[in-house]
Design a protein around this ligand. Structure first.
Ligand code: IMP
Length: 415
């Protein structure tokens, strides 16, 4: 039995959904353990595109149980839109379950997210505007509304009064109570009040833990404060699911053959030039959730090594290798140079405000200049593509087990 966690090894958008989709075929229970509808996961099956924000893409397989764990934040209206879209595409949601312990994003959290960003001006984080930070802040400060509270009018009333006074809201208690009863109605078919039995039942089965965002957006280990408010790292899977560390056998890091980032914050290998634009256009690097153009750059080996360490990664999946098909030259960052003293650094500098002093140290690889999107095995890849993958593996110091050469489920090479 091999229980796996899927973790984004960069700043999110690594193509985790495709890997989760592949792994879901062999899983019995798929658990999303953190984040909320800030995530956007796209899966292409036989040319048909499915978009997910909160619901594990494993729902595409019939009979797999999908569980939204205690570590997630849930905005019921966005959730409703997602389930409606999936139902319209013929997807059954009968095996979808929500933890009653998950945090609810209230309308005031979304307003606050926007207001905080506006107030921060040039120091803004560049959030997705989905209320993620304020929802988690309420949870950690022990004021949050949990899914289970929506079904308990007394508790809910107290919590809503508390929110009205803390945030000085113009909305009345009865308006918010009304909103919450709508939320309860939306969620009630899915809330698993017997979640302890569910977790016990699946303890001896195959588990797949699905992370959102990426290690470099982790609240503790990412480029703080330019991060999200949860723990996408492998360790987050335990906290957010209710299963202990011994339940995890492998942690699969997902990394693009290059790097992207949305929102503000340091990005040492960023290409603010025509090469970055070329990557963005070929890789369709525009946000699934916000439509924002993603910042693009060369693969960063310092981020890679750091991610393996703090993310607890044991294997890698490399996605979007085909984006480089028309590049005659590919650069790869192997270290940073500290321009203050000329020191070469292999460890990630965690103070985001000092990143302006670091320059990438690159090695240059020859491209393969041919279409690899139909390659079905590692041997079929051109020599230079193989060399690039092997070099990435040396940097990660853990095996690369999957290489993705296109969006479709079929365009995947297993090593
Ligand atoms: P928040 O999670 O909306 O608070 O945004 C905080 C930071 O995380 C911003 O830089 C966002 O662009 C980034 N972020 C949040 N979710 C995702 C995601 O799913 N993919 C990529 N970046 C994300």
């Amino acid at each position: 039995m091999v229980n796996k966690v899927i973790v984004g090894a960069q700043w999110g958008d690594e193509g985790k959904a495709k890997i989760t989709d592949l792994m879901s075929a062999n899983a019995d229970l798929i658990i999303r353990y953190q984040g909320g509808c800030n995530a956007g996961h796209t899966v292409v099956v036989n040319g048909k595109t499915f978009k997910f924000h909160l619901i594990p893409s494993g729902i595409l397989y019939s009979g797999k149980t999908c569980f939204l764990g205690a570590g997630i934040v849930l905005h019921p209206e966005t959730f409703q839109k997602e389930i409606t879209d999936l139902k319209e595409q013929g997807i059954s949601l009968s095996t979808l379950k929500i933890s009653p312990l998950a945090a609810v994003t209230m309308p005031y959290h979304i307003e606050l997210d926007g207001a905080n960003e506006k107030k921060a001006g040039k120091n803004k984080i560049g959030t997705t505007g989905k209320g993620i930070g304020p929802t988690y802040t309420d949870k950690i400060s022990r004021h949050g509304i949990r899914v289970e509270d929506l079904f308990s009018k007394d508790i809910l009333g107290i919590k809503i009064e508390d929110a009205i006074s803390r945030f000085d809201l113009k909305t009345t208690k009865s308006e918010l109570m009304e909103k919450c009863s709508e939320y309860a109605e939306i969620l009630s078919p899915y809330v698993d009040f017997n979640w302890q039995s569910t977790l016990r039942k699946f303890k001896s089965k195959k588990l797949l833990f699905e992370g959102a965002q990426g290690i470099m957006l982790d609240i503790d280990y990412g480029t703080y404060p330019y991060v999200t408010s949860s723990n996408p790292i492998g360790g987050g899977a335990c906290v957010g699911s209710g299963y202990g560390p011994k339940m995890i056998d492998e942690v699969i890091g997902v990394s693009k053959a290059y790097i992207t980032r949305v929102g503000e914050g340091p990005f040492i290998t960023e290409l603010d030039n025509e090469i970055g634009t070329k990557i963005r256009e070929i890789g369709h690097e525009f946000g699934t959730t916000t439509g924002r153009p993603r910042r693009c750059g060369w693969f960063d080996g310092v981020v890679a090594r750091y991610g393996v360490l703090v993310g607890g990664l044991t294997q890698m999946a490399i996605t979007k290798l085909d984006v480089f098909d028309t590049f005659d030259e590919i650069k790869l960052c192997v270290a940073y140079k500290d321009t203050r003293n000329g020191n070469i650094m292999y460890d990630y500098p965690t103070n985001a405000f000092e990143h302006k002093y670091f320059e990438p140290v690159y090695e240059t690889h020859a491209g393969w200049m041919q279409d690899i999107s139909n390659c079905k095995s590692f041997d079929e890849l051109p020599q230079n593509a193989k060399k690039y993958i092997k070099r990435l593996e040396e940097i990660f110091e853990i095996p690369i087990k999957i290489v993705s050469v296109g969006a479709d489920r079929e365009q995947t090479i297993l090593l």
